[in-house]
Design a protein around this ligand. Sequence first.
Ligand code: CDP
Ligand code: MG
Length: 781
Amino acid sequence: RGRPRRPQGEGERQGEQPPDQGEQRPDQREQRPDQRERGRGRGPRPNRRNQQGDRRQDRPPPTPEEREARRVAREKRLAARAASVPAITYPDLPVSAVKDDIAAAIRDHQVVIIAGETGSGKTTQIPKVCLELGRGIAGQIGHTQPRRIAARSVAERLAEELDVDLGKQVGYQVRFTDESTRDTLVKVMTDGILLNELQRDRDLRRYDTIIIDEAHERSLNIDFVLGYLKQLLPRRPDLKVIVTSATIDPERFAAHFTDRDGKPAPIIEVSGRTYPVEIRYRPLVRVEPAKTPGKPDVETEIDQVTGICEAVEELWTEGGAAERAREGSGEDILVFLSGEREIRDAADALEGMNLPGTEILPLFGRLSAAEQHRVFSRHSGRRVVLATNVAETSLTVPGIRYVVDAGTARISRYSQRTKVQRLPIEPISRASANQRSGRCGRVSDGIAIRLYSEADHDARPEFTDPEILRTNLASVILQMTALGLGDIARFPFVEAPDSRMVTDGLRLLHELHAIDPEEKDPRRRLTDVGRRIARLPVDPRLARMMLAAVDEGALREVMTIVAALSIQDVRERPLEKQAQADQQHARFKDEKSDFVTLLNLWKYLRKQQKELSGSAFRRMCKNEYLYYLRIREWQDLVGQLTTTMRELDLEPNSRPATSDQVHRALLTGLLSQIGLYDRDKREYLGARGARFAIQPGSALRRSSPEWVMSAELVETTRLWARTNAETDPAWIEQAGAHLLKRSYSEPHWSRKRAGAVATERVTLYGVPLVTDRQVGYGSID
Ligand code: CDP
Ligand code: MG
């Protein structure tokens, strides 16, 4: 039962319905809410938990004595929770000043929107207001953050303010770490964790209050949670929802959460204390008027790193700042950049400037807890903190007097044309720029330097598009289908996605065999494969590969590859050292497959890790251009995938898989990313007429095999295939059986076969797999 059968024809898929789907489903739906609360593994999921759930149902109903005993136990537990609430005091912050208004609004309404400047105390004080109202006892107070790094930091701060140990009354949960227990009153988590819990706890019974923090970020997760909560509220009249956001369009949330009478949810605006911030524009492109009249103006462009160094220099000498810093007043500089690479380049350059008594500190998501703490700790001397978006609204870096804004961020985009998701660096919106400069006007007046022109600023869009309008929706649709939410077109999104994006998402799910498009009943549309994909915390394509790998006996290898593809490349290629880095990495290279290269690298790292001490291993990584933090993430993710697969009763293979087994499994997730070499044009013909080239750096660049599959198509000036392997049209025909188009021509009598035959042509997404196969005419449907 634990092994998924390979999805094939219609007939077989029927048989794949888990045995508990048919009859048991209706009476599961008729459970009373109180029963439902206890039966954890509700819903037709083919796993152990569900079997237990079924067994639970077979148990006789509790006797009156048992029921009484349970009631007493529950009351005892609630009393213990209530007694564990620590004493609550409020620091002097704008939110504290209106805490009574907030408390009254929460008491009187099911949903409250709270908007306020960053740093006004929304994140840290509102959970305390809830505790004081007596919430967090009957159920936990769930508090979501868009980012891992913020979740941990917020929980630490809350625990500190409440003077409790982290992990007791205040806990947190992020991917890979759970520092919370059943007794936790306030649980801070990423919104992804909350979404995951929905799979097991559809009514979110473990919470009596949910705070959706940073809602203005409008990630796909946030939008989905907000839509889900809207549907849930009538079923959970006891549940309170608090949505907090920076002062960016709070009316949209209020209008989303209308009450029964159609009245929008109340908005409490917290007036922040902000000081004036002087904005200086220092564009990287500098125009000087031509010396000779009539000649064009002279344009010079400096690179970003130079621009940052110049800006830091300018702020360094600003009106005695250095002297004031020595006296201990906050004179630190916060620099906003688009990503880790940019941060490290800038850090290197700033270190080279030799600023006396100055510390250069990076701040981004992948840092370890200790590295993160340094940024928030008390310090003497001056600091330059180099941060990604994370410092825009979710984390408050103390002591900031100056901001340098490079004006860009990595924003994921889905290309409708090529069906490729990209992560380009783009100019930020005006709202983001405003948030960034606002970071230096919290405790006194400040100065913000923008590395772009005022005209450029004014031409930018007001807000960043919410993610739902610019991302592939396959995984959201899958989650929704798995949760039985029915038609995505009727789901109450804050903003509805484009119908073409929905179509593309559905198409991908069909390609992966996750849904059956022929099935009219939306509750039965999910296949067994789809149900399992929904449980796996990776991209649906990658999840599909893992399931196929179980059948192939290649799960161990494929999990390693999938984890590598889910994170950023662990191989570093610093700009000035590309040749050296490439030389180091060449040792792992497999001639036929970039996936095997990843496996080679993995084996090497395991071996080195066994032989070297922790610090020697880190040193080795640095010398060999391998990124230690990402390696750690790679290993964590493999561990997590192993655990999740075990929960589905799927064990990794003990014997090493062959290359064919690995690649056949990978292919199941890449059916629309295959390519056939076009010798004339020296490029590949891909799905739906797309054309791509093998990226330099891929092992296949030189060999250009006839058939390839690519795990990453990246669109820049053209479409590039980044991580590739050779593949086999016979495999494609087998794995893509549900997607093939067949046509026939030239029927004629074959004397040899003593029957009519025709020439068959088989295509997948327009790529010809077979062009001249002779088939018996009688067998053609
Ligand atoms: O959520 P919001 O941006 O409104 O503010 P907050 O994160 O609750 O922070 C309120 C205040 O607490 C800030 O002004 C920070 O100075 C301070 N804080 C801190 O010093 N250290 C932290 N780890 C978190 C907050
Ligand atoms: Mg906050």
